[in-house]
Design a protein around this ligand. Structure first.
Ligand SMILES: Cc1ncc(C[n+]2csc(CCOP(=O)(O)OP(=O)(O)O)c2C)c(N)n1
Ligand SMILES: [Mg+2]
Length: 342
């Protein structure tokens, strides 16, 4: 279903999700062309989790994403050129090229820190929420993490303490194992997690939980909004599990475009999708599901969506020019911003 938002907002949400898709498709091409900027992960296939989740928050709320952070940074309005420059290690990057893809952040946009340490952001987000409450700030904090983080001790310890102290935090678990590991292993990565239902882990310490289809932007938006209302009302944390299938291009060690870039027409002409990804585009891609929902609700025409796509692709090309034309930081900047000064 579509999120409970005004029509213009629903279109803005689409534009933002499409920007994530187009920006990352281009990133994969850049990585293949070189020069190498090191290992990286993409958010393709999870746009209908992160972008609607951010839409359900206030701009003063803070979010702590994982190694798949591009979708959150772009979703919160980071400049596509400066994010790309950051990933490429350029001086014009969001963090002067020192965060790179895995640790890019935008504190001014409420993303103070992102981390590739699995589960690492969970206690940090809860700590930020506790600090905000102590300081009397009306601020909700969101920890974003994958299903893999659910076996980390820090996850359980944080759920427990946050529940005990009614900390204003939302735990957003992006479970991308539906199909792949999931179906064969009983629904979850059973090789590392004994719980048959990830929500059970949160329920064991009394957290309210919501398990939603992560391709359903409206369901994600509603669950996050409810979690934010609860947190702001002093009722403590919520655990939201958004379930999706891993995008086939994310399965190899290095992301790849298994069948070229996404074409919006696959949403209404599924027979034109490449065979290898036909099922994924037809049933598992939240972005194309959103396209179908917009069309079904007569909120946009195919032509209007195609025009937005052209605009987004032009913006991405501009970002590519900005980032590739930018210089690397000078050698003598190596120690700048590395150590905190009091
Ligand atoms: C503490 C820690 N252990 C192991 C790793 C290596 N590692 C990187 S990504 C990953 C899997 C993460 O799975 P999940 O949290 O479900 O995220 P996904 O990549 O599926 O989005 C692992 C084990 C790490 N980065 N940090
Ligand atoms: Mg995962």
């Amino acid at each position: 279903m579509l999120p409970d938002l005004a029509p213009a907002e629903l279109i803005s949400l689409f534009r933002r999700m499409l920007l994530v898709r187009r920006w990352e498709e281009r990133l994969i091409q850049l990585a293949a062309e070189g020069p190498s900027f090191g290992h990286y992960h993409v958010y393709i296939g999870q746009e209908t989790i992160g972008v609607p989740a951010l839409w359900a928050l206030r701009s003063t709320d803070v979010v702590f994403p994982t190694h798949r952070n591009h979708g959150y940074l772009l979703g919160r309005g980071a400049d596509p050129g400066r994010l790309l420059a950051e990933v490429l290690g350029k001086a014009t990057g969001l963090n002067g090229g020192k965060g790179g893809t895995l640790h890019a952040s935008a504190p001014e946009l409420g993303i103070p820190h992102t981390s590739a340490i699995v589960g690492g952001v969970i206690p940090i987000a809860a700590g930020a929420a506790l600090a905000a409450r102590i300081k009397g700030r009306d601020q909700v904090s969101v920890a974003v993490f994958g299903d893999g983080a659910m076996e980390e001790g820090a996850a359980f310890e944080t759920f427990n303490t946050a529940a005990l102290w009614r900390v204003p935090v939302i735990f957003l678990c992006e479970n991308n194992t539906r199909d792949a590991l999931g179906a064969a292993a009983g629904g979850y990565p059973a090789s590392i997690i004994a719980a048959a239902d990830l929500c059970d882990i949160a329920r064991s310490v009394g957290l309210p939980t919501a398990a939603v289809d992560g391709t359903d932007a409206g369901a994600v938006f509603a669950a996050m909004r409810q979690g934010a209302v609860r947190a702001r009302g002093g009722d403590g944390p919520t655990f939201v599990e958004a379930v999706v299938s891993r995008w086939p291009g994310s399965s190899p060690l290095w992301p790849e475009l298994p069948a070229g870039r996404t074409e919006l027409r696959y949403a209404w002409a599924p027979q034109e999708a490449p065979e290898r990804l036909a099922l994924w585009y037809a049933e598992r891609d939240g972005l194309l599901r959103y396209v179908r929902e917009l069309l079904d609700a007569s909120l946009a025409t195919r032509e209007e969506l195609a025009r937005i796509d052209s605009e987004v692709r032009a913006a991405v090309e501009q970002a590519v020019r900005f980032a590739t034309d930018s210089a690397y930081p000078p050698a003598d900047a190596a120690y700048d911003n590395v150590f905190a000064s009091s």
